[in-house]
Design a protein. Structure first.
Length: 310
């Protein structure tokens, strides 16, 4: 019954209900929320109502009186959209990255340090949380580093920011969750042309972090590896429901342990956290300050890689 769901008493605004926003709408409805959608196109508004939205509007002013707002628009318009959402005086949950502009991200964070949060879904992934637990406990010894891979072909957000802005926030949020901090950028190489880009970067010393992101690989890969003094633990793919753990003497053999990692899909889990916060619970992961830190690191890495040269 809807009244038994966590969000049944809430009215939540959703700005943006395109290909990704439609998934956000689905999960907010699953949580029992009453969702008012703001979208530019009449076709998108019609689809939102057909999917179960309480209402669909062209004007963000229609969100007056909501309990919270989720922003799922293109990154290029995040600053203006989030600023308008914050004007309603309610908590705002913005899809990553907060912006693709350092100063813009800082302005938003300064305006709402305690009520603006970033949707870093990989910080809710059961496999990533299992790797974070291994890192914290030092089950495999002190952490040496973290290696992430997120590559494929093409830019899924054509017409918006390039692949590095789309993909790198995921891996930096994983580093934040597993290592507890964002290591300092040290080196990066990359290439960009007409929205298609790729970058390989090194951050920190010990623990270090390497990220390989971009839309120039013919093979789609999503992989996270935690390297420690006494072994390695890994998430082989984003859809995997388990991680692998190998002690140092067993690496390269079939003597590795499969650990099941049951749990919700990350998008549903992070939206559940936001709904819980609106009902008086703790804030979601990825504060405004952490969102700014991610934007700052990406900007620095892009400079090191020469991605923004004109």
């Amino acid at each position: 019954m809807a009244e038994d769901l966590p969000g049944a008493a809430l009215r939540i605004g959703l700005v943006g209900a395109g290909s990704w926003g439609a998934h956000v709408l689905r999960d907010l409805l699953t949580l029992g929320a009453n969702v008012d959608v703001v979208a530019r196109s009449s076709a998108t508004r019609e689809r939102a109502v057909a999917a179960g939205a309480t209402g669909a509007h062209a004007d963000p002013a229609a969100l007056a009186g909501v309990d919270g707002i989720v922003v799922a628009t293109p990154t290029a318009v995040h600053e203006a959209t989030v600023a308008a959402a914050l004007a309603h005086g309610v908590p705002v949950f913005c899809e990553k990255p907060l912006t693709a502009d350092v100063e813009g991200a800082r302005r938003l964070a300064r305006s709402a340090p305690d009520s603006l949060f970033v949707m870093d879904k990989w910080r809710y992934h059961p496999g990533v949380l299992a790797l974070a637990a291994i890192a914290r406990s030092e089950e495999l010894g002190p952490v040496v580093g973290l290696r992430t891979t997120r590559v494929g072909w093409g830019n899924p957000h054509d017409g918006d920011v390039d692949d590095v802005w789309v993909l790198a926030p995921h891996d930096l949020s994983i580093a934040l969750e597993v290592l507890g901090t964002l290591p300092e950028p040290r080196a990066a190489v990359g290439w960009s042309d007409a929205g298609l880009s790729t970058m390989v970067a090194l951050l920190g010393d010990r623990p270090w972090c390497t990220i390989d992101v971009g839309g120039t690989s013919v093979e789609r890969r999503r992989r996270v590896e935690l390297v420690a003094d006494g072994g390695v633990a890994w998430l082989a793919d984003g859809w995997d429901d388990h991680i692998g753990v190998a002690r140092r003497g067993d690496i390269g053999t079939d003597r590795w342990e499969r650990r099941d990692t049951p749990g919700e899909l990350p998008l549903l889990a992070e939206l559940r956290a936001f709904v819980g916060h609106l009902l008086g619970g703790p804030p979601p992961r990825s504060s405004a300050a952490e969102g700014v830190a991610v934007v700052e690191v990406i900007a620095r890495l892009r400079t090191l890689a020469g991605l923004d040269r004109t």
